[in-house]
Write a protein that binds this ligand. Structure first.
Ligand SMILES: C[S@@+](CC[C@H](N)C(=O)[O-])C[C@H]1O[C@@H](n2cnc3c(N)ncnc32)[C@H](O)[C@@H]1O
Length: 242
């Protein structure tokens, strides 16, 4: 059986998180990042945000992902973009980094796939005192019908779709202090037009996506589910400090 993560890995998009790359650019602009910043992109996928961080800010960037295929795509992207990013194969729940090394941790749609408490404890360990963690995740409104909630869990293979307050509790229990939290509606037609300004020139679609109907079917079901429940789902942006 193909999994949702397998399907999006094959899809190869540069921004596999709610809000897309335009949202990434907006939130990164609101942070203080410079040439001496050490930035970790955890669950970096195809590495688009990590490469952008290195190119735009000149920061020391490390991208971590537990998928060999994602890390291979990310490394090829960095090569094509002539960008210096260290892409590392590893587990967000047990990161191959020392303690208190990062100024900024970027997370874009990762915690929802994991036991978030454990991942956040690990982020807290790796972040310097005064460092910042930025996370973008899918959130549920309390109007999300139980059937749709179950379908999202089944299709995406996620343990739960937390409400905004459930997400913030997890950050606060892990020892972080809130800087900024917001919940927006999932992008609509206008936002999708804005996203077209950010076409990814280095997207790499895996050949199996053309032939594997199971993967295509899964991605189609996901799209339909998101569209049908758009008004019950949100885009949560969480900025916390240690
Ligand atoms: C929804 S994708 C988001 C990718 C990227 N952050 C983006 O926005 O384009 C989730 C990513 O997390 C990675 N991932 C899942 N579990 C992980 C784990 N335990 N450790 C590290 N990466 C993981 C997946 O391989 C995938 O690349």
């Amino acid at each position: 059986m193909s999994s949702y993560l397998e399907a999006i890995t094959a899809l190869g998009n540069g921004s596999l998180h709610p809000g897309g790359f335009s949202h990434t650019v907006k939130i990164l602009n609101s942070l203080s990042i410079n040439k001496s910043s050490v930035v970790l992109d955890i669950g970096c996928g195809t590495g688009r945000s990590a490469c952008y961080l290195a190119k735009k800010y000149g920061a020391y960037v490390f991208g971590l992902d537990n998928s060999e295929e994602m890390i291979a795509k990310a490394s090829r992207r960095a090569f094509r973009e002539k960008t210096d990013v260290n892409f590392i194969l590893g587990d967000a729940l047990n990161m191959p980094f020392g303690s208190s090394v990062a100024d900024i941790i970027l997370i874009e749609s990762l915690l929802i796939f994991l036991p978030p408490e454990q991942a956040l404890r690990e982020c807290c360990r790796v972040l310097k005192k005064g460092g910042v963690v930025v996370d973008v995740e899918l959130t549920a409104y309390d109007t999300l019908p139980p059937k749709a909630r179950q379908q999202i869990k089944d299709i995406c293979g996620v343990p739960q779709v937390p409400l905004l307050g459930e997400w913030t509790d997890k950050f606060e229990k892990a020892g972080f202090t809130r800087v900024f939290v917001t919940q927006n509606k999932l992008p609509g037609v206008l936002d999708n037009l804005k996203e077209m300004l950010y076409v990814d020139p280095h997207r790499e679609v895996s050949p199996e996506l053309r032939t594997n109907w199971e993967l295509k079917c899964l991605l189609f079901k996901y799209k339909v589910l998101m569209l049908a429940n758009r008004s019950h789902l949100g885009l949560g942006t969480f900025i916390y400090t240690k």
